[in-house]
Design a protein around this ligand. Sequence first.
Ligand code: PLP
Length: 450
Amino acid sequence: MCEGLILVAILLTKVGARVMRGESGSMDLFQTCYDYVEPSFARMAGIYPFFLPLEGSEGPVVTYQGKEVVMMGSNNYLGLTHHPKVREAARDAIDKYGTGCTGSRFLNGNLDLHDRLEHALATLFGYEDALVFASGFLANVGVVAALGSIPGAVIFSERENHASLIDGTRLARGEVRLFADLNDLDRQLSKESDWSHALVISDAVFSMTGRVTDLRRLAELKRRHGFKLYVDDAHGIGVLGPDGRGAVFDQGVRADVDLLFGTFSKSLASLGGFVCAEKRVIEWLRHKTRSLIFTAGLPPASVAAALASLEVMRDEAGELRAQVWANARYWREGLDAIGYYTMGSTTPIVPAMIGSESLAFRVARDLLDLGVFALPVPYPVVPYGQSLIRTSVMPTHTREHLDQALDAFARVRKRYEIPEFDPENLPVADCEDWSWFMPDQAKSTSSPAA
Ligand SMILES: Cc1ncc(COP(=O)(O)O)c(C=O)c1O
């Protein structure tokens, strides 16, 4: 189909769907699925950016369609997925335990390795105990749902929190309130004097923008209002704080954090998630959290890789951390110099704001063609009109990798009219912009060959 017809086709499909729904508003259950045409149109326009099948990985470089591209979109913040000790631990675990647990940890899928990992986590983060789940998502969703269903519980959840926390609050049977920022939280808490029945939940480092929460202020609010505090440090552990123990340690608030969440799927180069807390709380969660009890245990290779990564992170990752921070600075300053708005990021996660959803798709596609893998992040992960390309660095990126990627970002920026963003006045839209499904030459400031 000619690309120029794509937008018209989207409109016709949407209008057609509305007509079919008729007066009553009811329709075939699957009609919503059949009406969901945007991915097909993005594919037809050649800019569909999701589920790209990578054929191999060396960490900073991956293979896509037989071509090596620089990976600027992973969460491998210490580059440990290819560390010899981590790989060896995973292989040894398969030799000793096989490839899967084939059952819930609760019943028939618990290994001494799981117990060792929990002990190592509790010791490293200074808690009485820890609980390991088959993924970070399952840990958040299960723990928040369980605690938030205790009679009388009230959850306060920061608006920008990760989807797994949001879904946990949706499953919780108690009251859930959202807060926009810490001033807003303070305002909401000021209405009562005792909040010991409340759980306040916040990401420490927001995954798309790299924004770091002011945990000291949160701890001060906790001391004043008496709530329990749950911090998700998925993106801080590994890179922030002494020995990579994360944002909570970086800001010196460990004693105020009742539940510390982390994942093995980022700096710790594996799969799985965990929470640390006092012994009696973990004991209760161990017997009450449905996402632990009613799913199979984390496979041996993943547990062993997480355990080995944790040891490398604690004992020998000083240089890797220094390098990831040096790379983060070089990369962010490079993007800033080209003219991208990097949203004040201070972490190895560096967003480059694009604005339009479909332009972000097009930019990501052009970057891939130029040998750089980076992720477009559209609504609903960010507000309408504030789509971005989310990039992140590893210590294993060389200057050559980063320069190659910066060159690609510079070429793409010349190619399209990416606006200058005013941080005080970010664009507000009420729907997605799909106009970049069609390559409109009038929008292009120079030829695609630029
Ligand atoms: C902030 C945050 N919390 C939790 C998770 C879930 O972690 P996992 O990938 O282990 O399921 C993620 C992963 O994207 C995340 O970014």
